[in-house]
Design a protein around this ligand. Sequence first.
Ligand code: UT7
Length: 330
Amino acid sequence: MSKIKATIRGVQGALPDYVLTNKELETMVETNDEWITSRTGIKERRILKGEGKAASDLAAEAVEKLLVKTNTSKDDIEMVIVATVTGDHTFPDTANITCDKVGLKNAFGFDLMAACSGFLFGLTTGAQYIESGRLKKVIVVGVDIMSSIIDYTDRATCIIFGDGCGAVLLEPNEEYGIVDSVLKGDGSGRQFLQRKAGGSFMPFSQKVIDDGSHYVYQEGRTVFKHAVKGMTQAVQELMERNNLEADDIAWVVPHQANIRIIQSVASQLDFPMERVMLNIEKYGNTTSGTLPLCLWDYEKQLKKGDKIILTAFGGGFTWGATLIEWGYDS
Ligand code: UT7
């Protein structure tokens, strides 16, 4: 009997309408379009606006459209994993709220926090439930509303991040699916990229608000170096373990944090940029959202059996790479 694989049956994105351009950022902080474009590759990002709007609203939109697109009944979904660092609340979890908003009555779920590697870790986790034969329909969402934790007077962070969401449906398949993952963590990197306040370490207080510890802090150059090294090594380890050469890989899907990080990783892997998925120009860094949003944007170009490597790096540090064989022709 052949091994059950977890295949991606469909992918769907959800984005807020509001477009925050580099030009508008020029009116908010001391920066300019030329600097942002040349140093990061970002032209614009989406921002979720509206009282009471939260991560679960984008997640619910993506899940609902995904179900329609894949002709899947709400009652058949058994599990929803939501990768996020900006869930609606500390608790309850955003997966739970998403299931309620969509009307998924037979699903359990949970949130998974691994910063920008969240979707990768979630995909690998969801796949285990399918591969073990325990579940048949699992949804993995990557969503972040980074605008809710960004200081729009800090030019080191506000130019990079945006809001966005992507979701995939996993199902059993004997032919194509998620093949292998290299996942890594090193918590000693936490001081370089974090949101210090809001958890048990530093609960919210007036002092927190006054000193801005509720916003994202990033030491950009240090994170940049670790990101290039981490993603390159994870992809190399994955390719060696699966006896793959660059020519065997149809696409590399890198976390969209900075075009220069992506170019450095591709160059060290000797992988042509024409086969590297890019959408950073339109959305910036949406943290857990970048990888599924890339798959969504490039879906029409993907063919059944394509070998695709996803790779990410984020706060923690967390990082890794996942090899998938694409399950369908669009
Ligand atoms: O997704 C999670 C992982 N995160 C990442 O992978 C992000 C990694 N880091 C980065 O992408 C980059 O480090 C940044 C985009 C955050 C910053 O780019 P950089 O090339 O590392 O810039 P820098 O911090 O070294 O600053 C270079 C110069 C400085 O001026 P001086 O000291 O050389 O005069 C900064 O003050 O650029 C200045 N600068 C800016 N100028 C205009 C920094 N930010 C800006 C800005 N606009 N927004």
